[in-house]
Ligand binder design. Structure first.
Ligand code: ADP
Ligand code: MG
Length: 211
């Protein structure tokens, strides 16, 4: 049993993205091509449909958590056209590979870190490049810190939510060095990164899916 219910996490992420799809697309309109909200909505709608199709046993062991994360990864890679599809897909794929039996918040934190490492390996973005990495990295750091301190899963995830939101907000003054927004150079400054915004929703969704 994992600290975070993975299918519930994906469903909560889908619901949050649905509610903020317009905002995500507006942010992408400013420094990209105005499709981040629709990209994420399409991918997560398909991911939820895939979970619905495969939800039979209701079993919640770590093997089924890994299966759900892997299935989500494949669906996101297949259905999201933009840069964010392979990146979120890689996140969930590496997350799936890192979950171990007997999972708790430490296991979740380790798997989350593995997911982030996958995003970095795939997209080659450093913190400060104005990408989703700027929200995911402080969240992973907060999880690790609270796990190391022996704090509760609630405390760790609450801290991760705040850290991701702060990381998202901190993208506003940055000049984009990766992805489509980097074509704008200095003109990308003064705008919040759409991918960091959706990544903060990913962390919020995990908090909502905590058992
Ligand atoms: P596209 O840029 O192909 O239209 P989206 O609009 O769906 O794709 O996603 C854009 C977001 O993807 C950006 O806001 C940024 O956060 C993220 N992104 C783009 N390139 C990278 C990268 N190399 N590494 C990490 N994140 C990236
Ligand atoms: Mg885009």
């Amino acid at each position: 049993m994992t600290a975070v219910d993975v299918p519930a996490w994906v469903r909560a992420f889908a619901a949050l993205v649905d509610a903020q799809a317009e905002e995500l697309t507006d942010l992408d309109a400013a420094i990209g091509d105005a499709d981040h909200g629709t990209n994420m909505q399409r991918g997560l709608t398909a991911a939820v449909a895939a979970l619905d199709d495969s939800a039979s046993s209701g079993s919640d062991d770590s093997a089924s958590a890994a299966d759900a994360a892997k299935q989500t990864a494949m669906t996101l890679i297949r259905t999201i056209g933009g840069a964010s599809g392979p990146l979120y897909g890689t996140f969930f794929l590496r997350f799936a590979g890192a979950i171990e039996t007997g999972s708790d918040i430490a296991d979740f934190a380790r798997a989350f870190r593995a997911g982030l490492d996958g995003v970095i390996a795939r997209g080659k973005a450093d913190p400060g490049d104005k990408t989703m990495v700027d929200a995911l990295t402080p969240a992973a750091d907060a999880l690790d810190k609270h796990v190391a301190a022996g704090d509760s899963a609630v405390a760790a995830l609450d801290a991760a939510v705040h850290a991701a939101a702060a990381g998202r907000d901190a993208t506003i003054p940055l000049i984009a060095r990766k992805g489509r927004a980097s074509y704008l150079g200095e003109r990308s400054a003064g705008h919040q990164d759409p991918g960091a915004t959706s990544a903060a929703l990913l962390v919020r969704a995990a908090r909502e899916a905590l058992r």
